[in-house]
Design a protein around this ligand. Structure first.
Ligand SMILES: [Zn+2]
Length: 321
């Protein structure tokens, strides 16, 4: 592999979600392979990657350098533990694991189940998107020709240039046109038609409390990511935001029995009330979900708003991997 340098101008995290083994079927957007994960670590530079404890120490003492990077995992997924943990251990790196608590209590969150289903049970993600589109009513599909979709696509592609046109259509229908119930009815029917049982998928999707405890005991940092991962946390009133993070805090504290000082914002959704809630809970390090400064602010404007890079962008810019 050509030794090209990873450009860093400010300290930030790398934000990982779903991962899969290279031997398995292609998993489309949103999932990277074990090999890609290791390549990304090497490309970024093992010497630039700080373990979570070192990152927090330097952050608190204002000693982070522009080239400092840390590894973060969102959503508490089992694949992260199974696939990435051995690679992290090979390089002696401890990471941040930001978990939301509802799934540890058996309350499945359908978004992750759907995402897994869409990539695991189709030969490629476009096949899934096409089936989804074919299940939507004509009147909805007509709106994909309108200017509202055009504007949505343009705005979304600025932050996530790796989304395909089908991906954009899918997200637009889900986020802007369908109600949660309508969306879930369509997907649940597709899952049922495939003869797949929702419970079977859910069973192995998320970390268990036992695995969370093991990670913590190995020196990794377990942090907050809300209680049940709302679509738009910033739309909630103060008390509900506090509830989201306090329940999450209590769960992680009960399992790990350590000081909790880090978090990441689910779907990058937060406002000044959220930052207040987090400060009240003693959180000192919070991560955003992109490398773009919040509107009207500089990059990394506060310790609770630190930038993170999506590895999909790194892969996109380094297709030689
Ligand atoms: Zn998340």
């Amino acid at each position: 592999m050509e030794a090209k340098k990873y450009p860093t101008q400010f300290p930030h995290g790398l934000m990982f979600h779903r991962v899969h083994r290279e031997v398995s079927s292609p998993s489309g957007q949103g999932s990277i392979t074990d090999k890609e994960f290791e390549h990304i670590l090497c490309y970024v530079g093992i010497e630039n990657i700080l373990s979570s404890d070192e990152w927090l120490y330097k952050l608190k003492h204002n000693k982070l350098n522009a080239n400092n990077v840390c590894i973060t995992f969102d959503d508490g997924l089992k694949c992260q533990y199974d696939i990435c943990l051995p690679i992290l251990e090979k390089y002696n790196i401890r990471a941040f694991w930001f978990v939301y608590s509802s799934v540890f209590e058996g309350k499945w969150e359908k978004f992750q189940i759907y995402s897994y289903f869409g990539t695991k049970y189709f030969s490629n993600v476009n096949e899934f998107f096409n089936l989804f589109l074919s299940r939507c009513e004509e009147s909805l599909l007509d709106q994909l020709n309108g200017h509202k979709f055009k504007r949505y696509a343009q705005e979304t592609q600025i932050l996530s240039p790796f989304y395909s046109i089908n991906d954009l259509k899918f997200r637009f229908l889900r986020n802007e046109l369908l109600s949660k119930e309508e969306f879930e009815n369509i997907i649940d029917k597709i899952i049922e038609d495939r003869g797949v049982i929702l419970q079977e998928i859910a069973k192995n999707l998320w970390l268990s409390n036992q695995e969370l405890k093991i990670l913590s005991e190995k020196g990794h940092c377990i942090g907050l990511h809300s209680y049940d991962h709302p679509w738009q946390l910033s739309a909630l009133p103060y008390q509900e935001q506090l509830n989201e993070y306090a329940r999450n805090y209590n769960h992680v504290k009960r399992i790990c029995n350590k000081e909790i000082t880090a978090m990441s914002h689910p779907i990058n959704s937060y406002n000044t009330l959220t930052l207040k809630v987090l400060s009240q809970l003693g959180i000192v390090c919070g991560f955003r979900s992109n490398m773009v400064p919040p509107i009207g602010k500089k990059i990394n404007p506060s310790l609770l708003e630190i930038a993170r890079e999506d590895p999909a962008n790194i892969l996109r810019n380094n297709i030689n991997f």
